[in-house]
Write a protein that binds this ligand. Structure first.
Ligand code: ZN
Length: 507
């Protein structure tokens, strides 16, 4: 083989990999050095090169937005959350809103939902809109309710709820679709501020070892990604999934799944069938929870998507919502060449439904890291069904294709934490250890499985000549480099490669 000019050699890792000037893998292992040639740029690494890790369910807009508002992630009490809001609000000018996210009352000593009176004082009377960690409810101030025109006489919208006190007045907690009346009037950050936050969110994901993500966002995030891309290279690949509210626009435009290129492309339509476990809105077979999308509308959405050659990403957490999703998808098996419908989360799947995933050709897009945060709550709210909740192994055993992700910013985007949750955590925690996944199966779900879930299995998900040169290099349990399209997106600054070799030499 004639060495390619412009080649790059990733040396010192196992396997070594030669990347070509087109961003694809030329050769691996013993053949890599010869294929790269003497003039190749050499990047010295240590540890193991894995196929680039892909997060199959993430919210880039949420990650960017978190940098623009007060971040209440990990705050341990209501008082501490309010103190953080107060500091943030004191720095705002004019009539600016207090926005933020990440609060999580289930982790507070007093787990009851907070109210607007707490928030009014901390926000200094400003309108405030704070999304709960799971994004399924919001904590808003009295000023925000006033601006949105919500009072004691406002009825609950379909698919949502306005929490009320004993007098029937709104408490300041809005659930599911009831959030929209306020979120719609929050003044957006200007584009350049948002793009800066988006760029830093993408860079942070590259540092975690991710080479690609499937993002569930709105037009705003997609527009921001396009602006960043037009100004240069994105640090990681992004597949964008649009909200179901935009389906009619996509239909009229005639865009299809796969439109775009390897860096930024369009794939599915995301629709919510139910809520979340934490917000008590997961739709269960026992009749509890919230049905966000009635079956007739769901059937209409999936049929329209199949006709438009768009894929679907159906958010279904409870076993009832999962069954409805499978029912709606069953008649559409093989609707077109790249019809690859996905159920997002599938946190609770009835044993009667598990085998239907493989039979109907539905991808289980799951986030193992959810199990860690949800375990206590699941034991409490789902005592009879935890044996088939977060059941990666049970689904894999039936032949279902898995695609793993994080749901960040709901949970950490760290893929190594996600892998650990899928492989080892259940045994350590003693929580249904029979549902733990093997290392190779978990890795597959983060690589080739995730690639398949957006029709990119011929390009990413494996280290093979001809595939895109996307690598996550891991040494001693941490990411040392992220390579996307044959270029280093991030590399840890250290001298480990040298010290390790000398240590091995001394052995
Ligand atoms: Zn999500």
């Amino acid at each position: 083989m004639t060495p390619a000019t412009g080649a790059i050699l990733f040396a010192g890792c196992r396997p070594e990999v030669a990347g070509g000037p087109d961003g694809r893998i030329l050769a691996t292992g013993a053949r890599a050095r010869a294929a790269a040639g003497r003039s190749a740029e050499v990047v010295r690494l240590s540890g193991r090169a894995l196929p680039g890790l892909i997060d199959a369910h993430i919210h880039l807009e949420g990650l960017a937005g978190r940098k623009l508002g007060v971040d209440l992630t990990g705050v341990g009490t209501r008082e501490a959350a309010l103190a953080r809001v107060e500091v943030w609000a004191s720095r705002l000018r004019g009539d600016a809103w207090v926005t933020g996210s990440g609060w999580y009352n289930d982790a507070w000593p007093d787990a009851s939902f907070p109210n607007r009176h707490h928030l009014d004082a901390a926000a200094g009377g400003r309108p405030a809109y704070l999304r709960r960690k799971d994004g399924h409810s919001a904590w808003v101030s009295s000023a925000a309710l006033r601006l949105a025109g919500i009072d004691g006489a406002t009825p609950d919208p379909a698919g949502g709820g306005i929490d009320r006190d004993a007098q029937g007045e709104p408490t300041g907690i809005l659930r599911e679709t009831a959030m929209q009346a306020v979120s719609a009037i929050v003044p957006p950050a200007d584009d350049s501020g948002f793009d800066g936050a988006m760029a830093s969110a993408l860079a942070a994901l590259a540092r975690l070892g991710l080479t690609a993500v499937h993002s569930m966002d709105s037009a705003r995030g997609f527009a921001s990604l396009q602006r960043l891309y037009s100004r240069g290279r994105l640090p990681i690949r992004v597949t964008y999934n649009l909200p179901v509210a935009d389906l009619r626009h996509a239909e009229r435009m005639g865009v299809r799944s796969g439109w775009g290129d390897g860096w930024l492309r369009l794939w599915g339509v995301k629709a919510f069938l139910d809520g979340s476990l934490g917000s008590r809105t997961a739709e269960m077979l026992d009749g509890s929870g919230t049905q966000r999308l009635p079956q007739s509308e769901l059937v209409d959405v999936v049929q329209r998507c199949a006709r438009a050659e768009l894929n679907v990403c159906l958010h279904a957490i409870g076993d009832g919502a999962v069954r409805r999703a499978l029912d709606a998808l069953a008649p559409l098996r093989g609707a077109w060449a790249y019809w690859r419908p996905r159920i997002e989360h599938a946190q609770c799947v009835s044993p009667q439904d598990a085998a239907r995933f493989a039979r109907i050709g539905v991808i289980a897009s799951m986030q193992p890291i959810h199990a860690l945060a949800d375990r206590e709550l699941a034991d409490r709210l789902w005592p009879d069904v935890t044996g088939h909740s977060y059941s990666w192994r049970a689904l894999e055993r039936t032949g279902a294709r898995l695609a793993f992700g994080s749901d960040a910013p709901v949970e950490s985007a760290d893929p190594l934490a996600g892998l650990d949750a899928a492989i080892a955590w259940r045994r350590r925690a003693g929580w249904h250890p029979e549902l733990a996944l093997s290392r190779s199966a978990a890795l597959q779900a983060y690589t080739s499985g995730a690639a398949y879930a957006v029709g990119m299995e011929k390009d990413t998900g494996a280290i093979r000549p001809g595939m895109l040169c996307d690598l996550t290099v891991v040494d001693d349990g941490r990411v040392v480099a992220t390579v996307v399209g044959g270029r280093v997106s991030w590399k840890r600054r250290n001298t480990r490669a040298v010290s390790r070799r000398s240590r091995e030499g001394a052995r």
